[in-house]
Design a protein around this ligand. Structure first.
Ligand code: NAD
Length: 297
């Protein structure tokens, strides 16, 4: 069994670390939040006094932090985790961060003699709890092979997407599809309402026709057709609009840098930005349908 350091024990990291404990690993955790640490300790994670202390004897270090600056701030520099860990330690960053920061993470790891993988996830808090996350990984074949048995304890689908940063690239491309498709499905339901079409009739047709997509069949933005979707609980997340906006901004940042034409992605980011500005950051992202409906004459 491996010694694993887990840095960032929040909504996602806490249950992910708990699944590594369940697999029989010695998991040394650290978080800046006392509440996150207490919750993780209750699930069998042994707490370290600092992140540097947590990684000292680790074979594998997993980071699950909010954004690129948090990750680079934690791992780089004279008092960062690359300096504190033993040479050859495998660093897995599962946070959703920008592609440029992910590449800097890999470059820093290589310079320090560490192995590294960017491995963001899809599947939300429910997937983290159940150990059914999808991991999309970027890095060398050797790093991927070494990480895979550990990722399999936290997820059920593990995809090697390519070299450094490829996991983050796949994540933001997927979530750009998600943001755009949720708006498309919401606009279709609002148009259907104006045309006198029932929600169920539109669902029955589109879910078995060419309009079929995850935003419709799993996460339907109107109550009724999919009883488990957040629309049935007044848009409690689920996947909060603030996280959707974060990912759409990351995809637009990457598109600008890469020179890709993503006009619908840009429009989706603008709509979610306006939605968030009206106090909806903590609501499920499928609540955008109410914002669209409110603008319909
Ligand atoms: P969270 O805010 O619940 O957890 C982040 C944790 O990191 C917090 O507990 C915070 O105290 C801790 N932290 C920040 N800086 C730190 C540092 N320097 N050292 C130690 N701990 C530090 O966020 P989350 O929902 O767990 O998300 C984590 C990452 O996963 C984000 O990048 C997010 O975009 C991504 N993600 C989230 C979801 C989701 O549904 N919540 C789904 C997929 C991906």
């Amino acid at each position: 069994m491996a010694v694993i350091a887990f840095i960032g024990l929040g909504n996602m990291g806490g249950p992910m670390a708990a699944n590594l404990v369940k697999a029989g690993h010695a998991v040394h955790g650290f978080d800046l939040s006392e509440a996150a640490k207490a919750a993780a300790a209750a699930r069998g994670v042994s707490l370290a006094v600092s992140a540097a202390e947590a990684v000292k004897a680790a074979d594998v270090v997993v980071t699950m932090l909010p954004s690129g600056p948090h990750v680079l701030g934690a791992v780089t520099g004279a008092d960062g985790l690359f300096a504190a860990a033993r040479p050859g330690t495998l660093f897995i960053d599962s946070s959703t961060i920008d592609v440029e920061s992910a590449r800097a993470f890999h470059a820093g790891a290589e310079a320090a003699g560490m192995a590294s993988l960017d491995a963001p996830v899809s599947g939300g808090v429910g997937g983290a709890e159940a150990g059914t996350l999808t991991f999309m990984a970027g890095g060398s074949e050797a790093a991927f092979s070494a990480a895979k048995p550990h990722l399999e304890r936290m997820g059920k689908k593990i995809v090697h997407c390519g070299g450094a940063g490829a996991g983050q690239a796949a994540k933001i491309c997927n979530n750009m599809i998600l943001g755009i498709s949720m708006i498309a499905v919401s606009e279709a339901f609002v148009l259907g309402e104006k045309l006198g079409l029932s929600h169920q009739a539109l669902f029955d047709v589109a879910s078995t026709s060419s309009g079929q997509c995850w935003s419709l069949t799993t996460y339907c933005p109107v109550p009724g057709p999919v009883p488990t979707s957040p629309a049935n609980r007044e848009y409690q997340p689920g996947f909060a609009a603030a996280l959707m906006l974060k990912d759409l901004k990351l995809s637009q940042q990457a598109a600008d840098q890469a020179g890709a034409a993503t006009r619908l992605g840009a429009e989706a980011a603008a709509l979610y930005s306006a939605f968030e500005a009206e106090g909806n950051a903590g609501r499920d992202f499928s609540g955008i349908i109410e914002w669209i409906r409110a603008r319909t004459a």
